[in-house]
Design a protein around this ligand. Structure first.
Ligand SMILES: [Zn+2]
Length: 342
């Protein structure tokens, strides 16, 4: 990254990286210096077009022009596309005013603004929606949920470093930071960090086929335990009743329940259908909101759904080079967003 650049709060990509689309170099010139250059065998201009749409997440009081179409179900406001201005400032097409990013709390009329790509805001929105639906109690009034919660968390973190132009996270943007010494120059292997994280061709197929068909063990569904006399009343319940109980528990609770005894481990083993439903209902990972359910039903390979869920939850799944590069980038950005609110 070049000194003085402003970068996206969520993906870490410099704000002026729109030059990337004009500077992709041919494979045989990859050794020559060219800022923002990548191997065009790995990534093409279409896959980096998302970088041009850069916004500011802000409040209702802010005078910066807002995009009414992107704010419909957000509880914060999103600006119209912004452009690179001076240090730490952006401008809006047709406007003379330049707007400070993050802002300085000591200035009168201070408004905290979060710079981010439109694509990254979309991911942040989905991640926060997932978090709210799966982990937060609806009656928890102290936690507003959604992007407002995220916005407040970022503002809180920025308090510790008010005079730095950008955000600083301990996760180093999961790989992006290693390129900050110089402006993303010809780093082979780094292309996935600028790949479109929203439009991912054949996402469903790629993901299921790359991660799903493990050694299949789901045939060993819940079996009747031989020592019936040792079973608790709960373990003796018929399978449909146990399924109902499991449906209302999160994964961690099920794992804890199964750790109680060998018989509990067997009695409360979720079925393959249980795991499949969780994947299709977007309850497994925050970044899988657009799985094609109809296509899943048509996939002919036998999928080990439990194995798939465990794979999807691997700590550094974005390092898996078999996955589409856009998906790897989406997972990376989702992790940055989640780290902010943990
Ligand atoms: Zn971004």
């Amino acid at each position: 990254m070049s000194n003085g650049s402003l970068y996206c709060t969520f993906c870490g990509l410099p704000f002026d990286a729109h030059q990337i689309s004009a500077a992709i170099v041919p494979h045989d010139c990859i050794d020559s210096y060219a800022p923002w250059a990548y191997d065009d065998h790995v990534i093409n201009e279409k896959q980096v077009a998302w970088i041009d749409d850069f916004r500011l997440m802000t409040t209702k009081e802010d005078l910066i022009p807002k995009d009414n179409f992107t704010t419909l179900d957000y509880n914060v406001e999103i600006s119209v596309p912004a452009f690179w201005g001076e240090y730490e400032r952006v401008r809006i097409e047709g406007e003379i005013t330049e707007y400070a990013v993050y802002g300085s709390p000591s200035q009168p009329g201070f408004i905290f603004r979060v710079p981010a790509h439109d694509a990254c805001l979309k991911i942040a929105h989905e991640v926060m929606k997932w978090r709210l639906q799966n982990f937060e109690h609806p009656s928890d009034q102290d936690s507003p949920g959604g992007l407002l919660h995220l916005y407040n968390s970022i503002a809180e973190r920025k308090k510790d470093r008010p005079y730095e132009p950008n955000m600083w996270f301990n996760n180093g943007y999961y790989g992006a930071m290693q390129y900050w010494g110089q402006p993303w120059s010809c780093e082979l292997g780094g292309e996935w960090m600028v790949a479109d994280p929203i439009k991912i061709p054949s996402l469903t197929n790629e993901m299921i086929l790359k991660l799903g068909p493990f050694e299949y063990d789901s045939e060993q569904e819940r079996s009747v335990f031989s020592r019936n006399q040792d079973l608790s009343q709960l373990e003796k319940l018929p399978s449909p009743a146990i399924d109902k109980i499991l449906e209302n528990l999160d994964w961690t609770s099920i794992e804890s329940l199964r750790c109680c005894s060998i018989s509990a481990c067997n009695a409360f083993k979720p079925t393959g259908k249980f795991w499949k439903d969780r994947v299709l209902d977007n309850r497994v990972v925050p970044w899988l909101w657009d799985l094609d359910k109809d296509l899943v039903e048509k996939i002919e390979v036998k999928v080990n759904w439990e194995g798939l869920v465990r794979s999807l939850n691997k700590k550094h799944l974005f390092e898996n080079e078999e996955l589409p590069i856009g998906l790897r980038n989406r997972i990376r950005i989702s992790k940055v967003v989640l780290d902010i609110v943990i």
